[in-house]
Design a binder for this molecule. Sequence first.
Ligand SMILES: [Zn+2]
Length: 164
Amino acid sequence: MKKDLPRICPRCSLVYHGYSALSGADNKTEICQTCGITESLEVAALAGKGASREDIRKLLMDRLCSNPIESISAEQMRQLKKWGVQRHTWPQWMSVLAEEVGEAAQEVNKTFESGHSTLLESQHRVKLRRELIQVAAVAVTWVEQLDEETSKENNSCPGKSDEH
Ligand SMILES: [Zn+2]
């Protein structure tokens, strides 16, 4: 229950301020309060279905993700919930990506415009990370669309080539 600099929640990958909650996965990983509430609802639902304590713990552990690749997937899910399935033209994709890059650049500028300091860097590190994860998530979703189009053209999606 520390209250200091903004931190990254390992469960939702989002930046949070203020008090944290302890994850029931291991009773030591700190997560944001929103995730703390979500977790307790999940635990109640799973317990109601007769899940064992160990199964619940494993499931909660699976939800904790702090590596960059997991953060990118979590951000893609967040964008999916917010915007639905995103399918754009290349120029549209490029402007979305450029906007996200611009936001990352702002964090860099805020840290370096009035003289770089390690204090400023620590204040902006998690924000820069969040912006870079957003850049990556947009890029990955764009790549998914390209791959989808390529596999349609080549009819190369496994299982589909047999049907036609
Ligand atoms: Zn969270």
